[in-house]
Design a protein around this ligand. Sequence first.
Ligand code: C2E
Ligand code: CA
Ligand code: CA
Ligand code: CA
Length: 278
Amino acid sequence: VKERGRADFRFYQRQMNLGLLTRMKLDHAMREGLREQRFHLHYQPQVDLNSATLLGVEALIRWHDPELGEVPPGQFIPIAEETGLIVAIGNWVLDSAAAQASQWRRDGYRFTTAVNVSAYQFQQADFVERVADTLQRHQLPGEALELELTETFLIRDATEALRKLDALSALKVRMAIDDFGTGYSSLSYLKRFPIHKLKIDRSFIHDVPGDEGAEGIVQAIINMAQALHLQVTAEGVETEAQRAFLSRAGCTQYQGYLFARPTAASDLAPMLPSPAQR
Ligand code: C2E
Ligand code: CA
Ligand code: CA
Ligand code: CA
């Protein structure tokens, strides 16, 4: 048992060192990636659940490193959040998405572009100023931009969060709560805060129809959103059965592989509304 324990410990220690090495390596590669412009954005359509009309897109970061290959955001974003590099990455995302949104605007389209914002990025003292400056530089009206925040954004200081959300609201920027249903925070903020949309986490969508618990949660979120006059988007819709369930449940928008995977802006063209509908 003693031998075994020692071997396990050595194994564990090696894992930990590997973890640290990976983190340092990724951090270094990300910094280089920012300098060398190795990040780019994909966009995933958000469509009307019944007519499949495009209502908006979500910008999702992609990173191709010459050595590491394609690194998924689920892997590098948490590390960037630990090291603080998420602020520089987040600023890059905001600026690139705003540039693209502005181009779509000039082409006559009126859909919104959503950008993911990390809690740490939102907590920066100059976050609102940064957004205002980005809108101005790209001559983008605030209502063309949606910010996706998870519920953790108000864990630290709800008063400060409210102040920022009010300021963003004054810029006409729209706010969505991402991964809704997975956070811990009090629901009372939904009524107090200027929030426009709830995005139902895809872990719940995955289990409908069929799983009574998931069905109940999804229905409850939709009902609550309706009562509070919030929009509601279902995330991760992959099947027609899920879409049909959501339609019956009163959900009006979805995002998911059933309609389209995230793609480069140039590949989005065929999915954009026709000029007559702009
Ligand atoms: P998220 O914000 O919840 O983004 C949705 C994720 O679900 C995306 O993964 C998207 O590709 C994936 N997805 C969309 N439809 C489906 C579907 O039908 N089925 C399944 N299985 N998945 C679907 P992705 O692009 O790998 O991003 C993962 C997470 O990384 C995002 O989750 C978000 O938390 C984070 N992330 C991505 N881009 C950014 C960014 O620019 N800034 C920040 N702060 N975080 C980002
Ligand atoms: Ca998101
Ligand atoms: Ca999400
Ligand atoms: Ca997420």
